[in-house]
Design a binder for this molecule. Sequence first.
Ligand SMILES: [Zn+2]
Ligand SMILES: [Zn+2]
Length: 429
Amino acid sequence: MKEYPEISLDRFDGENLQSAAFFLSHCHSDHMRGLDSVEFIDSLARGKPHVKLYMHDISAGLLLAIDRYADLGPHIVTLPTGEQHPIPIFDKYGKLKYHVCVTLLPAAHCPGSVMFFFEGHEGNVIYTGDFRFHVGEVLSLRPLFDSDKKLLTSIRSVYADTTFCVPEAKYIPTRDECKTAIVDLVSDWLQRTDIPGHSRIAHIFSRSSYGYEYLMMSLAKHFQCKVHVSQSQYYKYRNIPNLTRIITTDPLATQIHFCQRGAGNEVEGNYANAIREKLPCAREFNVLPNVLQIIPSVMYFTKSNVTPNEMLTCVEEKVVRVCYSSHSSYTELVDFLTHLKPQYIYPNVERNSSLTLQDVRQSLSFLECSSHGKENHMMKISVHQILGKSSSKGPGFLNLRTIMFPCLDSLLKLKLRLKLRSAMTIVGY
Ligand SMILES: [Zn+2]
Ligand SMILES: [Zn+2]
């Protein structure tokens, strides 16, 4: 981190091994590089007792459920969200250099995911990790905003999740909209009686290790049942009571399945090579069940512009893709940064595209706010650009319609219903 170079976040190799404090925002493999290396464990052991690895309690539970991270246990300090904690920063001789204050903020990305808000002599800095905030949601962060939604402090820098900082992702359905769509799909599927004698299963397929727990809990709650997961999935969740309550390893115990194959011990990884099977636990059934497969994903949809009425696509018979994201859309990211008014914005994520980190940073620079005097000017620029009058490489692809979400709600729901019906018709079940 530029302001506090002794601090490393979500990177545990190379030069970062010299750091005096480490922070893990969440347990996704792209944020854990070097975390299981001998070099990292050695650097912690050498730095004892000063050098620590800070994270949320749930992340520690997930991490320590994986055998090869067990050695990290003594070096982990877990922190709750919403409270200030002084972090001592020592030099390489073990002499105290300074303190920085950190507050963990919920990031709504996956279990245990947090942002880090640092306050110290070099200014206040927010590192978002991966996050999904809907428009206006940032205003509910009490350490940053008062009850009148007034920003309580000045922010020097935001290191932001820019996964979807692209024109195609200006709109992504909220998780609630997605949940409603999936509940409707599953509900309709389970109620059908056109093929008697076959049990019906709804299988939610994903290649990602974490990030679908919100859906698991929502479906378990709506249908008042548990959801099926594989043994290895159960193993990784075993330290999280909220999840162990609603999951089962008995495939016959429920019609809603989140089971994955190919997880093995790579429980924190993304199973890019995992074979997409209709139902990984199918061999457990005496008679093959009738399976509707639902694939929540967003990359499929952001290949072209995501629009409110295209959040569901039937890709083959009884296979439906649903646009579901644990990362903020472009509109949500702009909203988040607009409210925080940082002096500097640094992207965290480089997409596999022609855009470099510098391009992404440049595209967000209109949101940087070096002084209060510039603030109004910035707002004018942002509205100007949002109206679509900026260059094609800037954020001019937004328009006012996309930021006036409340006005879109009823239209969106209507279109969602229509789309749902048409998807069901196409599937032909
Ligand atoms: Zn992530
Ligand atoms: Zn299953």
